[in-house]
Design a protein around this ligand. Structure first.
Ligand code: SF4
Length: 170
C-alpha cells in the first residue's frame, strides 16, 4: 500500500485527456431543439426515459446531458418522472422480457402527441444481447418507434441531434 501511494506521487494516472467540448455546436443544437419543441408543443420538451435492459453505457451518455457542461435543462429540455408529463419516451437497451409490460404501460400512460425514441444499437436490433433467452426483441418489436439514434453508446451531441430531427418540421 505504501509503495502504491509512493508511486502515485510520481506517475500520471492511466487515463486519457477528455475531448475538448464543442460549446458552439451544443448551443446551436440545443437552442434549435428548444425552438422546435415550442413550435410543435407550445412549451418545452419533457422526456421520460426507460431502461428496458441496457448495459447502462447509454444511460451514462444520457446522464451527461444533465451535467454541468451540457446542462440541457437550461434549454427547457427536462427529464420527467411520470409518463403522464412526457412528450418523448426514450428507450435504451434491448427490451427484456421482464421490462416488456412496464415499457408498454409507460407508453400507454403518455398523452398525445407522443414520440418513441430508441437509443443505442441494442434498442435497434438487440445488439450484443440479441438472441438471449431474456430478450423479447428490439424496441420496434414492442412499440411504434419514431426515430432511432445509432451508436454504442451514442454521444450526448448525437442524442440532441436525434431529438432535434424528431421535432423538426416535415
Ligand atoms: S448500445 Fe452499447 S452502450 Fe447502449 S446498452 Fe447496448 S451495449 Fe450498452
Amino acid at each position: 500500500m505504501r509503495k502504491l501511494l509512493f508511486n502515485s506521487l510520481f506517475h500520471r494516472p492511466l487515463t486519457g485527456r477528455a475531448p475538448s467540448p464543442d460549446e458552439a455546436a451544443l448551443q446551436e443544437m440545443a437552442g434549435s431543439l428548444e425552438q422546435s419543441a415550442r413550435a410543435r408543443l407550445g412549451r418545452s420538451l419533457a422526456i421520460r426515459m426507460v431502461d428496458a435492459g441496457s448495459c447502462n453505457g447509454c444511460e451514462l451518455e444520457i446522464h451527461a446531458l444533465g451535467n454541468a457542461f451540457y446542462d440541457i435543462e437550461r434549454f427547457g429540455i427536462h427529464f420527467v418522472a411520470s409518463p403522464r408529463h412526457a412528450d418523448v419516451l426514450l428507450v435504451t437497451g434491448p427490451v427484456t422480457k421482464n421490462m416488456c409490460v412496464a415499457l408498454t404501460r409507460t407508453h400507454a400512460a403518455m398523452p398525445e402527441p407522443k414520440w418513441v425514441v430508441a437509443l443505442g444499437d441494442c434498442a435497434r436490433d438487440g445488439g450484443c444481447f440479441a438472441g438471449s433467452y431474456a430478450v423479447a426483441g428490439a424496441v420496434s418489436d414492442v412499440l411504434p418507434v419514431d426515430i432511432h439514434i445509432a451508436g454504442c453508446p451514442p454521444r450526448p451531441l448525437d442524442i440532441l441531434q436525434g431529438l432535434l430531427s424528431l421535432l423538426a418540421p416535415v
